[in-house]
Design a protein around this ligand. Sequence first.
Ligand SMILES: C[S@@+](CC[C@H](N)C(=O)[O-])C[C@H]1O[C@@H](n2cnc3c(N)ncnc32)[C@H](O)[C@@H]1O
Length: 371
Amino acid sequence: MSGLVTVREGVTDLLVPEGFSRRGPGTRTGEVFYNRQMEFGRDISVIFGREVFRDGQRILDGLAATGARGLRMANECGVRADFELNDRDLRAAVLMKENAELNSLGHVKIHCRDLRALLAEEQFDYIDIDPFGSPADFIDAAVQSCRNKGTVGFAATDTAPLYGTYPKTSARRYGALSMRSPFGHETGLRILVGFAVREAAKHDRGIEPLLCYHADHYFRCYLRVVNGAGRADASLQILGHAGFDGRSLERWTSEEKGKKMEAGPIWLGPLMAKDILNTMRATGDLGTSPRCAKTIETWREESGMPPLFYVMDELAKKTKLSPPKLSDFVDFLKDQGAKASRTHFDPKGLKTNISAKDLIREYKAFAKRKR
Ligand SMILES: C[S@@+](CC[C@H](N)C(=O)[O-])C[C@H]1O[C@@H](n2cnc3c(N)ncnc32)[C@H](O)[C@@H]1O
Protein backbone atom coordinates (compact mmCIF):
# COMPACT_ATOMS: atom_id res chain seq x y z
CA MET A 1 0.00 0.00 0.00
CA SER A 2 1.48 3.42 -0.93
CA GLY A 3 1.38 6.70 1.03
CA LEU A 4 2.09 5.05 4.37
CA VAL A 5 4.40 6.05 7.22
CA THR A 6 5.48 4.03 10.23
CA VAL A 7 4.64 5.27 13.72
CA ARG A 8 5.39 3.58 17.02
CA GLU A 9 2.89 3.32 19.91
CA GLY A 10 4.05 1.51 23.03
CA VAL A 11 6.28 -1.23 21.60
CA THR A 12 4.15 -1.70 18.48
CA ASP A 13 5.00 -0.36 15.00
CA LEU A 14 2.11 0.72 12.82
CA LEU A 15 1.89 1.60 9.16
CA VAL A 16 -0.63 4.42 8.91
CA PRO A 17 -1.75 6.75 6.08
CA GLU A 18 0.74 9.57 5.53
CA GLY A 19 -1.85 12.29 6.04
CA PHE A 20 -3.18 10.89 9.29
CA SER A 21 -4.69 13.33 11.73
CA ARG A 22 -2.10 14.52 14.24
CA ARG A 23 -4.48 16.64 16.31
CA GLY A 24 -8.16 16.82 17.13
CA PRO A 25 -10.73 14.06 17.25
CA GLY A 26 -9.90 12.85 13.72
CA THR A 27 -11.70 13.03 10.42
CA ARG A 28 -12.74 10.66 7.69
CA THR A 29 -10.30 11.42 4.87
CA GLY A 30 -11.10 8.55 2.51
CA GLU A 31 -8.08 6.71 3.90
CA VAL A 32 -7.90 4.09 6.61
CA PHE A 33 -8.54 5.92 9.87
CA TYR A 34 -5.79 6.62 12.35
CA ASN A 35 -5.64 9.31 15.05
CA ARG A 36 -2.44 9.77 17.02
CA GLN A 37 -4.35 11.72 19.67
CA MET A 38 -6.08 8.51 20.71
CA GLU A 39 -2.77 6.99 21.85
CA PHE A 40 -3.70 7.72 25.48
CA GLY A 41 -6.95 5.75 25.11
CA ARG A 42 -5.07 2.86 23.48
CA ASP A 43 -2.47 2.93 26.28
CA ILE A 44 -5.33 2.62 28.76
CA SER A 45 -6.73 -0.29 26.70
CA VAL A 46 -3.37 -2.04 27.03
CA ILE A 47 -3.21 -1.41 30.80
CA PHE A 48 -6.81 -2.59 31.17
CA GLY A 49 -6.20 -5.69 29.04
CA ARG A 50 -3.24 -6.64 31.21
CA GLU A 51 -5.64 -6.76 34.18
CA VAL A 52 -8.59 -8.48 32.57
CA PHE A 53 -7.54 -10.67 29.62
CA ARG A 54 -6.66 -14.33 30.24
CA ASP A 55 -4.80 -16.98 28.24
CA GLY A 56 -7.04 -18.84 25.80
CA GLN A 57 -9.68 -16.13 25.54
CA ARG A 58 -11.10 -14.83 22.27
CA ILE A 59 -10.52 -11.09 21.97
CA LEU A 60 -11.97 -9.00 19.14
CA ASP A 61 -11.14 -5.47 17.99
CA GLY A 62 -14.41 -5.08 16.11
CA LEU A 63 -13.80 -1.74 14.33
CA ALA A 64 -10.06 -2.01 13.92
CA ALA A 65 -9.11 0.35 11.00
CA THR A 66 -5.25 0.11 10.94
CA GLY A 67 -5.46 -2.47 13.75
CA ALA A 68 -3.80 -0.02 16.15
CA ARG A 69 -5.77 -0.99 19.26
CA GLY A 70 -6.17 -4.72 18.66
CA LEU A 71 -2.56 -5.25 17.61
CA ARG A 72 -1.29 -3.30 20.58
CA MET A 73 -3.44 -5.42 22.89
CA ALA A 74 -2.09 -8.59 21.20
CA ASN A 75 1.50 -7.35 21.41
CA GLU A 76 1.56 -5.61 24.79
CA CYS A 77 -0.91 -7.27 27.18
CA GLY A 78 1.24 -10.34 27.80
CA VAL A 79 -1.51 -12.95 27.40
CA ARG A 80 -1.69 -15.88 25.01
CA ALA A 81 -5.20 -15.27 23.80
CA ASP A 82 -6.76 -15.51 20.31
CA PHE A 83 -6.71 -11.93 19.09
CA GLU A 84 -8.91 -11.06 16.12
CA LEU A 85 -9.38 -7.84 14.15
CA ASN A 86 -12.34 -6.78 12.03
CA ASP A 87 -13.22 -3.91 9.72
CA ARG A 88 -15.71 -3.94 6.85
CA ASP A 89 -13.39 -1.72 4.76
CA LEU A 90 -11.18 -3.95 2.62
CA ARG A 91 -8.34 -1.37 2.59
CA ALA A 92 -8.35 -1.51 6.41
CA ALA A 93 -8.28 -5.32 6.42
CA VAL A 94 -5.28 -5.30 4.04
CA LEU A 95 -3.44 -2.70 6.13
CA MET A 96 -4.07 -4.44 9.46
CA LYS A 97 -2.72 -7.68 7.97
CA GLU A 98 0.46 -5.80 7.00
CA ASN A 99 0.64 -4.31 10.48
CA ALA A 100 0.19 -7.73 12.09
CA GLU A 101 3.11 -9.10 10.05
CA LEU A 102 5.24 -6.04 10.82
CA ASN A 103 5.00 -6.95 14.51
CA SER A 104 5.40 -10.73 14.04
CA LEU A 105 1.72 -11.18 14.88
CA GLY A 106 0.88 -13.17 11.77
CA HIS A 107 -1.32 -15.48 13.87
CA VAL A 108 -3.81 -12.65 14.56
CA LYS A 109 -6.99 -13.44 12.64
CA ILE A 110 -8.36 -10.78 10.28
CA HIS A 111 -12.05 -10.43 9.37
CA CYS A 112 -13.55 -8.08 6.79
CA ARG A 113 -17.21 -8.13 7.78
CA ASP A 114 -19.99 -5.90 8.97
CA LEU A 115 -19.38 -6.08 12.72
CA ARG A 116 -23.03 -6.85 13.49
CA ALA A 117 -22.99 -9.86 11.16
CA LEU A 118 -19.79 -11.17 12.75
CA LEU A 119 -21.18 -10.72 16.27
CA ALA A 120 -24.39 -12.53 15.30
CA GLU A 121 -22.37 -15.63 14.38
CA GLU A 122 -19.48 -15.74 16.85
CA GLN A 123 -18.87 -15.41 20.59
CA PHE A 124 -16.01 -13.54 22.22
CA ASP A 125 -14.64 -12.89 25.71
CA TYR A 126 -13.80 -9.29 24.85
CA ILE A 127 -15.31 -7.10 22.14
CA ASP A 128 -13.97 -3.62 21.39
CA ILE A 129 -16.16 -1.09 19.60
CA ASP A 130 -14.44 2.13 18.52
CA PRO A 131 -16.85 3.79 16.11
CA PHE A 132 -17.07 7.07 14.24
CA GLY A 133 -19.47 8.84 16.65
CA SER A 134 -22.04 6.71 18.43
CA PRO A 135 -21.66 3.05 19.48
CA ALA A 136 -25.48 2.70 19.77
CA ASP A 137 -25.80 0.56 16.59
CA PHE A 138 -23.45 -2.11 17.92
CA ILE A 139 -24.25 -2.52 21.62
CA ASP A 140 -27.17 -4.92 21.22
CA ALA A 141 -25.12 -7.27 19.01
CA ALA A 142 -22.11 -6.98 21.35
CA VAL A 143 -23.95 -7.82 24.56
CA GLN A 144 -25.40 -10.91 22.84
CA SER A 145 -22.07 -12.06 21.42
CA CYS A 146 -20.14 -11.53 24.67
CA ARG A 147 -19.52 -14.69 26.69
CA ASN A 148 -20.70 -14.89 30.31
CA LYS A 149 -18.43 -12.68 32.50
CA GLY A 150 -16.76 -11.34 29.35
CA THR A 151 -16.25 -7.64 28.67
CA VAL A 152 -17.56 -5.16 26.12
CA GLY A 153 -15.41 -2.05 25.64
CA PHE A 154 -16.80 0.83 23.62
CA ALA A 155 -16.10 4.47 22.85
CA ALA A 156 -18.49 7.30 21.98
CA THR A 157 -17.43 10.54 20.30
CA ASP A 158 -20.95 11.94 19.81
CA THR A 159 -20.37 14.16 22.80
CA ALA A 160 -22.70 17.08 21.94
CA PRO A 161 -25.90 14.99 22.31
CA LEU A 162 -24.55 13.34 25.46
CA TYR A 163 -23.31 16.58 27.13
CA GLY A 164 -26.80 18.04 26.79
CA THR A 165 -26.37 20.28 23.73
CA TYR A 166 -28.79 18.09 21.74
CA PRO A 167 -31.02 16.31 24.26
CA LYS A 168 -33.49 15.16 21.57
CA THR A 169 -30.71 13.41 19.65
CA SER A 170 -29.67 11.71 22.88
CA ALA A 171 -33.30 10.65 23.47
CA ARG A 172 -33.57 9.15 19.96
CA ARG A 173 -30.16 7.45 20.02
CA TYR A 174 -29.98 6.26 23.63
CA GLY A 175 -33.58 6.46 24.85
CA ALA A 176 -32.38 8.92 27.52
CA LEU A 177 -32.57 12.68 27.85
CA SER A 178 -29.29 14.49 28.38
CA MET A 179 -29.07 17.76 30.32
CA ARG A 180 -26.88 20.80 29.87
CA SER A 181 -25.17 21.42 33.22
CA PRO A 182 -21.70 21.98 34.73
CA PHE A 183 -21.51 18.17 35.17
CA GLY A 184 -22.81 17.29 31.68
CA HIS A 185 -19.76 15.06 31.03
CA GLU A 186 -20.81 12.83 33.89
CA THR A 187 -24.49 12.55 32.92
CA GLY A 188 -23.32 11.77 29.35
CA LEU A 189 -21.15 8.90 30.55
CA ARG A 190 -23.92 7.62 32.80
CA ILE A 191 -26.41 7.73 29.89
CA LEU A 192 -24.08 5.45 27.91
CA VAL A 193 -23.79 2.94 30.76
CA GLY A 194 -27.56 3.08 31.33
CA PHE A 195 -28.16 2.40 27.64
CA ALA A 196 -25.90 -0.68 27.75
CA VAL A 197 -27.72 -1.90 30.88
CA ARG A 198 -31.08 -1.71 29.10
CA GLU A 199 -29.72 -3.37 25.94
CA ALA A 200 -28.26 -6.23 28.02
CA ALA A 201 -31.41 -6.62 30.14
CA LYS A 202 -33.40 -7.51 26.99
CA HIS A 203 -31.28 -10.67 26.85
CA ASP A 204 -31.46 -11.46 30.60
CA ARG A 205 -27.94 -10.20 31.20
CA GLY A 206 -26.59 -7.79 33.81
CA ILE A 207 -23.81 -5.22 33.52
CA GLU A 208 -20.93 -4.40 35.89
CA PRO A 209 -18.90 -1.29 35.00
CA LEU A 210 -15.18 -2.07 35.22
CA LEU A 211 -13.79 1.21 33.91
CA CYS A 212 -15.83 4.07 32.45
CA TYR A 213 -14.30 7.46 31.82
CA HIS A 214 -14.29 10.68 29.86
CA ALA A 215 -11.15 12.05 28.20
CA ASP A 216 -10.45 14.72 25.58
CA HIS A 217 -13.50 14.55 23.29
CA TYR A 218 -14.75 11.05 23.92
CA PHE A 219 -16.22 8.62 26.43
CA ARG A 220 -15.01 5.07 26.97
CA CYS A 221 -16.76 2.26 28.87
CA TYR A 222 -15.51 -1.22 29.75
CA LEU A 223 -18.42 -3.28 31.04
CA ARG A 224 -18.56 -6.86 32.29
CA VAL A 225 -21.58 -8.79 31.00
CA VAL A 226 -23.07 -11.37 33.37
CA ASN A 227 -25.79 -13.95 32.62
CA GLY A 228 -29.08 -14.10 34.53
CA ALA A 229 -32.47 -12.43 34.66
CA GLY A 230 -31.78 -11.61 38.32
CA ARG A 231 -28.53 -9.89 37.35
CA ALA A 232 -30.38 -7.96 34.64
CA ASP A 233 -33.04 -6.84 37.16
CA ALA A 234 -30.36 -5.83 39.66
CA SER A 235 -28.62 -3.68 37.02
CA LEU A 236 -31.90 -2.06 36.00
CA GLN A 237 -32.52 -1.18 39.67
CA ILE A 238 -29.43 1.06 39.59
CA LEU A 239 -30.86 3.27 36.84
CA GLY A 240 -32.45 6.58 37.78
CA HIS A 241 -32.71 10.21 36.77
CA ALA A 242 -30.99 13.45 37.67
CA GLY A 243 -31.99 17.05 38.16
CA PHE A 244 -30.19 20.34 38.72
CA ASP A 245 -30.94 23.84 39.96
CA GLY A 246 -28.39 26.36 38.70
CA ARG A 247 -29.33 28.93 41.37
CA SER A 248 -28.90 26.76 44.47
CA LEU A 249 -26.33 24.47 42.74
CA GLU A 250 -28.35 21.56 44.08
CA ARG A 251 -28.19 18.29 42.14
CA TRP A 252 -30.48 15.38 42.88
CA THR A 253 -30.90 11.80 41.77
CA SER A 254 -34.01 10.78 43.65
CA GLU A 255 -37.56 12.00 43.38
CA GLU A 256 -38.43 14.76 45.82
CA LYS A 257 -41.42 17.06 45.85
CA GLY A 258 -41.08 20.01 43.48
CA LYS A 259 -37.83 18.72 41.97
CA LYS A 260 -37.80 18.05 38.24
CA MET A 261 -35.96 14.98 37.02
CA GLU A 262 -34.53 16.18 33.72
CA ALA A 263 -31.81 13.76 32.64
CA GLY A 264 -32.04 10.02 32.26
CA PRO A 265 -32.37 7.19 32.59
CA ILE A 266 -28.76 7.22 33.79
CA TRP A 267 -26.61 4.69 35.64
CA LEU A 268 -26.30 5.81 39.29
CA GLY A 269 -23.84 3.17 40.48
CA PRO A 270 -20.02 3.03 40.47
CA LEU A 271 -18.25 3.70 37.17
CA MET A 272 -15.12 1.74 38.04
CA ALA A 273 -14.22 -1.51 39.80
CA LYS A 274 -11.87 -0.83 42.72
CA ASP A 275 -9.96 -4.13 42.42
CA ILE A 276 -9.02 -3.37 38.81
CA LEU A 277 -8.13 0.25 39.56
CA ASN A 278 -5.90 -0.79 42.44
CA THR A 279 -3.71 -3.01 40.28
CA MET A 280 -3.62 -0.94 37.04
CA ARG A 281 -0.05 0.25 36.39
CA ALA A 282 1.19 2.90 33.95
CA THR A 283 4.39 1.19 32.84
CA GLY A 284 7.26 3.11 31.23
CA ASP A 285 6.89 1.39 27.83
CA LEU A 286 3.68 3.33 27.16
CA GLY A 287 3.98 6.58 25.18
CA THR A 288 1.60 8.48 27.46
CA SER A 289 2.75 6.79 30.68
CA PRO A 290 2.89 9.99 32.83
CA ARG A 291 -0.64 10.97 31.76
CA CYS A 292 -1.89 7.42 32.41
CA ALA A 293 -0.32 7.43 35.90
CA LYS A 294 -1.91 10.78 36.82
CA THR A 295 -5.30 9.76 35.46
CA ILE A 296 -5.33 6.39 37.24
CA GLU A 297 -4.46 8.23 40.48
CA THR A 298 -7.46 10.56 40.03
CA TRP A 299 -9.75 7.61 39.16
CA ARG A 300 -8.67 5.89 42.38
CA GLU A 301 -9.37 9.03 44.41
CA GLU A 302 -12.86 9.51 43.02
CA SER A 303 -13.99 5.88 42.93
CA GLY A 304 -16.68 5.34 45.54
CA MET A 305 -17.74 9.00 45.49
CA PRO A 306 -21.41 9.79 44.77
CA PRO A 307 -22.56 10.90 41.30
CA LEU A 308 -22.61 14.46 39.91
CA PHE A 309 -19.51 16.53 40.50
CA TYR A 310 -19.24 20.28 41.23
CA VAL A 311 -17.01 22.80 39.47
CA MET A 312 -15.05 25.44 41.39
CA ASP A 313 -16.28 28.13 38.98
CA GLU A 314 -19.90 27.46 40.03
CA LEU A 315 -18.96 28.01 43.67
CA ALA A 316 -16.92 31.13 42.82
CA LYS A 317 -19.78 32.62 40.82
CA LYS A 318 -22.35 31.81 43.47
CA THR A 319 -20.33 33.24 46.37
CA LYS A 320 -18.47 35.96 44.39
CA LEU A 321 -15.28 34.69 46.01
CA SER A 322 -12.40 33.73 43.72
CA PRO A 323 -11.58 30.02 43.72
CA PRO A 324 -8.85 28.69 46.02
CA LYS A 325 -6.52 25.92 44.83
CA LEU A 326 -8.66 22.86 44.20
CA SER A 327 -6.46 20.39 46.08
CA ASP A 328 -6.36 22.73 49.13
CA PHE A 329 -10.15 22.97 49.17
CA VAL A 330 -10.55 19.19 48.82
CA ASP A 331 -8.18 18.70 51.78
CA PHE A 332 -10.12 21.30 53.77
CA LEU A 333 -13.41 19.48 53.13
CA LYS A 334 -11.85 16.22 54.30
CA ASP A 335 -10.54 17.95 57.44
CA GLN A 336 -14.13 19.04 58.13
CA GLY A 337 -15.18 15.37 58.07
CA ALA A 338 -16.70 15.34 54.57
CA LYS A 339 -15.83 12.91 51.81
CA ALA A 340 -14.20 14.80 48.94
CA SER A 341 -11.99 14.17 45.92
CA ARG A 342 -10.88 15.60 42.62
CA THR A 343 -12.53 14.15 39.52
CA HIS A 344 -11.15 13.17 36.12
CA PHE A 345 -14.20 14.76 34.47
CA ASP A 346 -12.90 18.30 34.93
CA PRO A 347 -9.59 19.78 36.11
CA LYS A 348 -11.62 22.25 38.20
CA GLY A 349 -14.12 19.63 39.38
CA LEU A 350 -14.65 18.03 42.76
CA LYS A 351 -16.84 15.31 44.21
CA THR A 352 -18.27 15.32 47.71
CA ASN A 353 -20.97 13.66 49.76
CA ILE A 354 -22.22 16.88 51.39
CA SER A 355 -25.19 18.90 50.10
CA ALA A 356 -24.82 21.92 47.81
CA LYS A 357 -25.89 24.15 50.70
CA ASP A 358 -23.18 22.78 53.00
CA LEU A 359 -20.61 22.91 50.22
CA ILE A 360 -21.31 26.60 49.59
CA ARG A 361 -20.97 27.30 53.33
CA GLU A 362 -17.61 25.46 53.48
CA TYR A 363 -16.42 27.22 50.34
CA LYS A 364 -17.18 30.64 51.83
CA ALA A 365 -15.41 29.74 55.07
CA PHE A 366 -12.34 28.48 53.23
CA ALA A 367 -12.13 31.24 50.58
CA LYS A 368 -12.44 33.95 53.24
CA ARG A 369 -9.75 32.31 55.39
CA LYS A 370 -7.42 32.30 52.39
CA ARG A 371 -7.81 36.06 51.71
C1 LIG B 1 -12.88 5.20 14.34
S1 LIG B 1 -12.37 3.93 13.27
C2 LIG B 1 -11.56 2.77 14.34
C3 LIG B 1 -10.25 3.25 14.88
C4 LIG B 1 -9.37 2.19 15.49
N1 LIG B 1 -10.05 1.36 16.47
C5 LIG B 1 -8.11 2.81 16.12
O1 LIG B 1 -7.89 2.69 17.36
O2 LIG B 1 -7.35 3.43 15.39
C6 LIG B 1 -13.87 3.11 12.88
C7 LIG B 1 -13.74 1.98 11.86
O3 LIG B 1 -14.96 1.26 11.84
C8 LIG B 1 -15.19 0.76 10.54
N2 LIG B 1 -16.64 0.46 10.45
C9 LIG B 1 -17.66 1.34 10.50
N3 LIG B 1 -18.84 0.68 10.50
C10 LIG B 1 -18.55 -0.66 10.47
C11 LIG B 1 -19.35 -1.83 10.50
N4 LIG B 1 -20.67 -1.77 10.54
N5 LIG B 1 -18.71 -3.03 10.51
C12 LIG B 1 -17.36 -3.12 10.46
N6 LIG B 1 -16.56 -2.01 10.41
C13 LIG B 1 -17.14 -0.80 10.43
C14 LIG B 1 -14.69 1.85 9.62
O4 LIG B 1 -14.33 1.31 8.35
C15 LIG B 1 -13.48 2.41 10.43
O5 LIG B 1 -12.28 1.86 9.94
